[in-house]
Design a protein around this ligand. Structure first.
Ligand code: UDP
Length: 421
């Protein structure tokens, strides 16, 4: 059985002050015909990582639009989440030797989660972990109603063929799929509705609202960070694809010309990410007792407010990923008016326009060089940060993504495309 996630109500109206004119009206107009529709989002975890971050805001906003929206998560053993993490990695290009037992654990856990299925008009299944649910319901002789969308947040460009072979039959059951970028779409899915809709950040989350100097100072005090010295940060799960060791290398290089520079590495330990602990240990080892490298997790009490403080107070925000579906943290940094140095991969170039909102880098060395350059030029940082904030306002705020969902539901329901586009 799936577990429902408790939600805090949200009002679309409260976004008026931060979004572009006309946005709220356009969404409401398009959503009117969907009033009362039952919508279900399903993913693997209610905490940790970008998908949980989005659903915590997206689902209440759908309710505010008059849709009957729910968010539920699957449950499973640690072994199950070990298998799904291996699948996530394999789909991002890190091969795994698949066994029949692993495949069976993945499928059987989903079968249990599909038990007691309730009907919805629109079901959005996020990522590979719960992807088999639809196929398993059909296999069991049920005919679940409604339109079903599979939302793939992963870049499948270099997916291991064996991993894609495991996933493809289940993903092929859906009425349509949603992708962050067109080039992520993998060959082999039936020719059905295919939507491109990058994720977005919630500007009203405690993580993204304006934060005062005094609040920042209080957070710095709590974590013994020196507010009188410059700081840079990366906020990411402890995961090889986020390259935390590369960030430390880049920081050390930048510190040579910026004595006193501090680095804050924040990472949450997500319930569906068993690799987190191991990578956290590697980061600690690599840090090697360096007192100017602060490694913090949710277990140290770092939540949305603290992440906000670190991103807002950073001279430069770093996201040195080597694979990245989208990278919400990039938009979070830009929204705070900070330039972002990001790995040139996945969804990062959508947000980091090289030379305008930050810099794209391939290596830790390049990252260190760009850090040196930006730290030497605060005016350039502010200019890029301001450009980044406007880019996010136009393309990567949650209202745009909400509107995308409304349009997708309308298309699936056979309604006329909206006039306002
Ligand atoms: N995040 C957080 N605390 C952490 C690490 C990450 O709140 O210690 C948040 C981060 O601010 C962002 C999300 O988790 O909102 C991560 O999303 P992203 O798309 O960047 O990466 P993913 O984890 O989905 O690969």
């Amino acid at each position: 059985m799936l577990t429902a996630v408790e939600l805090t109500p949200k009002s679309l109206e409260s976004y008026r002050a931060v979004v572009l004119p006309g946005v709220i009206e356009a969404i409401r107009e398009d959503a009117r015909a969907l009033a009362g529709a039952r919508v279900l989002h399903v993913n693997a975890t209610s905490y940790g990582g970008g998908v949980a971050e989005i659903l915590a805001s997206m689902t209440p906003l759908m309710r505010d639009l008059g849709l009957n929206a729910d968010w539920k998560v699957i449950s499973g053993s640690d072994e199950f989440f070990g298998v799904t993490k291996a699948m996530h990695n394999a789909l991002q290009g890190h091969p795994h030797d698949w066994t029949e037992a692993e495949r069976a654990l993945w499928v059987e856990t989903n079968r249990k989660n599909a038990d007691g299925w309730e009907e919805y008009d629109f079901v959005v299944i996020h990522d590979p972990q719960p992807a088999p649910i639809l196929g398993l319901l059909r296999e069991a002789g049920q005919t679940p109603g409604g339109k079903w969308l599979w939302r793939c947040h992963i870049d499948l460009t270099d997916a291991q063929p064996e991993a894609w072979d495991l996933l493809r039959p289940w993903a092929s059951e859906y009425d349509g799929s949603i992708w962050t970028m067109r080039q992520y779409v993998r060959q082999g899915l039936p020719d059905r509705d295919l939507f491109i809709a990058p994720p977005a950040i919630d500007p009203l989350s405690p993580k993204n609202v304006p934060i005062s100097e005094a609040e920042i100072a209080a957070v710095f005090d709590r974590y013994t960070i020196d507010g009188s010295r410059p700081m840079v940060c990366q906020v990411s799960r402890f995961d090889p694809w986020k390259d935390p060791l590369g960030v430390i290398d880049a920081f050390r290089m930048a510190r040579e010309t910026n004595p006193g520079l501090q680095l804050v590495l924040v990472g949450s330990l997500a319930h569906d990410d068993p690799e987190g602990q191991e990578w956290l240990q590697r980061v600690f080892d690599y840090r090697d007792h360096d007192r100017d490298i602060h490694v913090l997790t949710n277990l140290d009490g770092v939540g949305n407010h603290e992440v906000n403080a670190f991103q807002a107070a950073s001279r430069v925000v770093i996201q040195k990923s080597t694979r990245e579906g989208f990278g919400l943290v990039v938009s979070e940094g830009l929204w705070k008016g900070r330039p972002v140095i990001g790995g040139n991969c996945g969804g990062i170039p959508l947000q980091v326009i090289d030379g305008q909102t930050g810099y794209l880098v391939e290596t830790a060395q390049e990252c260190g060089m760009r850090l040196r350059q930006l730290l030497a030029d605060p005016a350039e940082c502010d200019q890029m940060g301001a450009a980044g904030r406007e880019l996010v306002r136009e393309h990567f705020l949650l209202t745009r993504y909400l509107h995308d969902y409304v349009r997708m539901f309308r298309t699936l329901a056979g309604m006329q495309p909206s006039e306002r586009g």
